[in-house]
Design a protein around this ligand. Structure first.
Ligand code: HEM
Length: 402
């Protein structure tokens, strides 16, 4: 199709990509498009549910196309240990280290702590709420909420968790496609500070294990008699600190926005006894905070009459797959009771979100407490602006009043 080129950052796509996805699904489901900056190489955008699901499970598409850079920076060394960026066999080893800490049963035990963190964040802004003021639900609640939860799970003392939001923000900025020198310098400083901080906690837990994730990782060293090494330990901790922050923050933001735009669904949810998993899943499907993930073609592949060359970048657009009418009846309708709901927001295949049970539980707890404690929550009149990001979909600010 030569008539239009899809650009996820285009001004008319950012506020509502869904009509554009539908056009791609109908006219060119495996589409060669551009990504923001025309100086960057293009990539294939795959938008139909069946294709996205199949490619996520297809070993001909992977992550490791380039040899690691010789003069690696601290960020390169740490991110080389991020399972999401690795293929088997390294991926299998890294995921195996933490998998058992993320089972639904283990995560369930964290529910009371999550609820306490959510209440604490709302208590902090109770004065504003009491006088019916305005606040940014992202900055004041949704952004710090997942960072504090994972920091506490790792074993970071509560009084130190305040450092983690700025550290993880500075790092997240470096991982985006385009970045200025100032952003990169701030990111490098953040990784140095975060690594030094984590190294200290790791050293303490070696001497005195606690009931936390860092101690669980160190227990593996004891079981196998093999040291994991600082890069693996710090890399794994930072992957966990990062993996879910933006996705959870914007799941809450996009979810509150969707509920505000669907008052009958919001009223229905308020009448329920808590927020069921199916409601959280529908909010994930309807306006996913993770719109796409990327793979390289590891060999030449023919797919839907297109030749995808070895080394080509492929964007698997879960945000589009989630609205594919071939998979979901009334795909554009928000239906909090929808079942079945095999959305792809959490991925599929070997990289299926490690934090899936955590994500669902965090979402249920957050929506439940927000709805109960803020019964009059509504959007303020400030115009909405979307983050200029390719993979993550979310608002810059979510101004609300009470
Ligand atoms: C709404 C929230 C979340 C969404 C939408 C989400 C989405 C995803 C997706 C799509 C992937 C697969 C990426 C790919 O195939 O390239 C993934 C992987 C991953 N997620 Fe999540 N995630 C969420 C929350 C979390 C949380 C809370 C954590 C917590 C630690 C987490 C940790 C991870 C990790 C470690 C991976 C890599 C797994 C692997 O490579 O095997 N995620 N996530």
């Amino acid at each position: 199709m030569d008539t239009f080129r899809f650009d996820p950052l285009a001004a008319d796509v950012l506020p509502d990509p869904y009509p554009h996805y539908r056009r791609l699904q109908d006219e060119d489901p495996v589409h060669w498009g551009v990504a923001g900056d025309p100086a960057l190489p293009g990539c294939w955008y795959v938008t139909r549910y069946a294709d996205v699901e199949a490619m996520l499970k297809d070993g001909r598409f992977g992550r490791e196309i380039n040899a690691p850079a010789a003069a690696a920076t601290a960020i390169d060394r740490i991110s080389a240990q991020w399972m999401v960026l690795r293929d088997p066999p390294t991926h299998t080893c890294l995921r195996g280290l933490v998998q058992r800490s993320f089972t639904p049963r283990t995560i369930e035990q964290w529910m009371p702590r999550m609820a306490a963190i959510a209440h604490r964040l709302i208590d902090t802004v109770a004065d504003v709420i009491a006088v019916g003021g305005e606040l940014d639900l992202l900055a004041d609640f949704a952004v710090p909420y997942p960072v504090i939860i994972v920091a506490e799970m790792l074993g970071v003392p509560r009084e130190d968790t305040a450092h983690f939001t700025p550290w993880t923000r500075a790092l997240a900025a470096v991982i985006e496609f385009e970045q200025s020198d100032a952003v990169r310098t701030a990111g490098l400083r953040a990784i140095a500070d975060l690594s030094a901080y984590l190294a200290e906690i790791i050293a303490q837990r070696r001497v005195e294990p606690q009931n936390d994730l860092i101690s669980d990782l160190l227990a593996i060293e004891k079981e196998t008699g093999e040291a994991l090494g600082d890069d693996v330990l710090i890399g794994t901790c930072t992957q966990l600190l990062f993996g879910g922050n933006d996705p959870i923050a914007h799941l809450i933001g996009n979810g509150i926005l969707a509920l505000s735009r669907h008052p009958e669904q919001l009223a229905w949810l308020r009448r329920q006894d808590g927020v069921a998993e199916s409601a959280a899943d529908e909010l994930m499907r309807y306006d996913s905070s993770v719109q796409m993930t990327f793979r390289y073609a590891l060999e030449d592949v023919n797919w839907a009459n297109k030749t995808i060359r070895r080394g080509d970048l492929v964007a698997l657009v879960m945000g589009a797959a989630n609205r594919d009418p071939m998979q979901f009846p009334h795909a554009d309708r928000l239906d909090l009771a929808r079942t079945p709901n095999r959305h792809l927001s959490l991925g599929q295949g070997i990289h299926y979100c490690l934090g899936a049970a955590l994500a669902r539980t965090e979402a249920r707890v957050a929506f439940d407490i927000l709805l109960r404690r803020l019964p009059k929550l509504s959007l303020s009149d400030v115009p909405l602006a979307w983050e200029e990001k390719v993979a993550v979909r979310g608002l810059k600010l979510l101004p609300v009043r009470f």
